[in-house]
Design a binder for this molecule. Structure first.
Ligand SMILES: Cc1cc2nc3c(=O)[nH]c(=O)nc-3n(C[C@H](O)[C@H](O)[C@H](O)COP(=O)(O)OP(=O)(O)OC[C@H]3O[C@@H](n4cnc5c(N)ncnc54)[C@H](O)[C@@H]3O)c2cc1C
Length: 385
C-alpha cells in the first residue's frame, strides 16, 4: 500500500462503489484507494434489494445477472388485507437485485483499476491543512488529499472534520428469508398496518418462485414500545405459515431528516453515512449511488491544483440539496402525516380503489383517494407543491 493517495474511499457499498466507478469512468489519473470492511458482501448487505427501474438505470447499466426479478406490479395491502395492485401496462417498474453479486462484480472490476483493500476498516480520519490522515484497523496510516466517507449508517468518521453524525430519523428494519412459499415473482407487496408495523410498513419481496424476503420497518421510536422481531414472527405465522424461516437479518435505516454539513475541504460524505434514505419509501440504493457519483466529481475537483476546496465542498452540499435534499425535506414532512392515517382510513381507501379497474388505476389515483380519505395527509401534501 502506498502511503499517500489522491482520494481514499471508506466503504464499498452502493455509495462507495459508485464513487470509485465514476472516478474511473471519467478517465481520471488520480490515485484511488477503496477500503471495504467486509471480506465478503454477504457479511454487510442487509437489504430488500428492491429498486425502481428509472432512477437506478440513470446511474448504472445493470448486468442481467445482477437482476433476480423484473417487477411489473406493486401490490398494496390495507390493514384488512384488501389488495390494490398498481401496474403500468406490464412495463417493468423495478427490479429485485442480487446486490451481493452486483457489488462483488463491481469491486472485482475496480480492483483492476484502482487499489482496493478488503477485510480492513477505516478507524479515523483526521484533517490537517494539507491532507487527511487515515488510520486503518491494521494499525497502518495513510494520507489522502480527499476522503469520501461511504461507510454506511453507523459512520462517525466525519466528526474530526466537523461533519456530525445525525440520527434524527433512524429506524430499525428486520427481515427474514422464508422458503417454501410459492411466489408471484412479478410483484412486490407492501402492507400498512398499525398492528404489525407502526409508522412503517411490512414488505414481501420475492427472491424466486419459492422464496421471499419479508420484512418490517418500524417508525422512529416504535421499537421502544414493542418488539419488531415479535411482530415479524407473528406476521409470518399468520400469512406465510407454510414456509420455513431460513435466516434473520436486520439493519438501521437513516432517513433524510434535515440538511446538515456533508462536506468540508478534503472530506465528503455520501450514502447512508450522510443519512440520505428516502423517508417514506425507505429506499437508499439509488439514492446512495447518486450521492456517490456527486461525491466523486467533487473529490476530483478538490484534487486539482489551486482548487478552493472549501468552495467545492459548499458547491457539493448545494447541489445535493437542490437535486435531492429539497424534495426529501418535503417528503420528511409528509411522513409525519402518514403516521396519523388510521387503519380504518387505509381500509376505506383500499375499498374505493378496488372499484377502479386495474388498468385505470394510476399512482395518482391511488394517492388522491388515500389523500381524500385522510385530511391529515391532504394537508401534508401541500409540502410537495
Ligand atoms: C433491512 C433493510 C432493508 C433495505 N431494503 C432496501 C431496498 O429494498 N431498497 C433500497 O433502495 N434500499 C433499501 N435499504 C437501504 C439501503 O440498503 C441503503 O440505503 C444502502 O445500502 C446504502 O448504501 P451505502 O453504500 O451508503 O451504505 P452500505 O450499503 O451500508 O455500505 C457501506 C459499506 O461500508 C463498509 N464499511 C462500514 N464501515 C466501514 C469502515 N469504517 N471502513 C471501511 N468500510 C466500512 C460496509 O462493510 C459496507 O459494505 C434497506 C436497508 C435495510 C437496513
Amino acid at each position: 500500500m502506498n502511503s499517500h493517495y489522491d482520494i481514499i474511499i471508506a466503504g464499498g457499498g452502493p455509495a462507495g462503489l459508485t464513487a470509485a466507478k465514476h472516478i474511473v469512468d471519467l478517465g481520471s489519473s488520480c490515485s484511488v484507494l477503496l477500503i471495504e470492511k467486509s471480506n465478503h458482501y454477504s457479511d454487510s448487505v442487509k437489504c430488500g434489494e428492491g429498486v425502481w427501474k428509472k432512477p437506478f438505470e440513470e446511474l448504472i447499466t445493470p448486468k442481467p445477472e445482477w437482476i433476480r426479478l423484473n417487477i411489473t406490479k406493486a401490490s398494496f395491502l390495507a390493514p384488512n388485507h384488501s389488495e390494490v395492485i398498481f401496474s403500468d401496462n406490464g412495463k417493468t417498474l423495478g427490479y429485485i437485485l442480487d446486490r451481493i453479486r452486483m457489488q462483488e462484480d463491481i469491486l472485482a472490476d475496480l480492483s483492476k483499476k484502482i487499489t482496493v483493500h478488503r477485510g480492513i476498516s477505516v478507524r479515523s480520519v483526521i484533517p490537517s491543512d494539507e491532507f487527511q490522515t487515515v488510520k486503518l484497523s491494521t494499525g497502518e496510516i495513510v494520507t489522502a488529499s480527499v476522503v469520501i466517507d461511504a461507510s454506511g449508517p453507523s459512520s462517525h468518521l466525519g466528526e474530526p472534520n466537523r461533519i456530525p453524525h445525525v440520527n434524527t430519523d433512524v429506524e430499525p428494519a428486520l427481515y427474514a428469508i422464508v422458503t417454501g412459499v410459492p411466489q408471484k415473482t412479478d410483484r412486490i407487496t407492501l402492507k400498512m398496518s398499525s398492528h404489525f408495523s407502526p409508522g412503517g410498513y411490512v414488505w414481501e419481496f420475492p427472491i424466486d418462485e419459492n422464496r421471499v424476503n419479508v420484512g418490517i420497518v418500524f417508525g422512529k421510536g416504535e421499537h421502544r414500545t414493542r418488539s419488531i422481531r415479535q411482530s415479524l414472527e407473528i406476521y409470518i405465522a399468520e400469512y406465510l405459515s407454510e414456509g420455513t424461516i431460513e435466516s434473520w437479518h436486520g439493519g438501521a435505516i437513516p432517513s433524510f431528516a434535515s440538511s446538515k454539513p456533508m462536506a468540508t475541504a478534503g472530506f465528503i460524505q455520501c450514502g447512508d453515512a450522510g443519512s440520505l434514505v428516502n423517508p417514506i419509501t425507505r429506499s437508499g440504493i439509488s439514492e446512495s449511488m447518486y450521492s456517490g457519483k456527486l461525491a466523486a466529481e467533487s473529490a476530483l475537483e478538490m484534487t486539482r491544483p489551486k482548487a478552493n476546496r472549501k468552495k467545492v465542498a459548499k458547491k457539493f452540499e448545494k447541489k445535493l440539496f437542490a437535486d435531492y435534499g429539497k424534495k426529501m425535506a418535503k417528503v420528511a414532512k409528509m411522513k409525519r402525516a402518514l403516521y396519523g392515517i388510521s387503519d380504518e382510513q387505509y381500509n376505506s381507501s383500499a375499498d374505493k380503489l378496488a372499484l377502479i379497474p386495474e388498468e385505470k388505476r394510476t399512482m395518482l389515483k391511488i394517492l388522491k383517494i388515500t389523500m381524500f380519505n385522510s385530511p391529515k395527509l391532504l394537508m401534508a401534501m401541500r409540502h410537495l407543491l
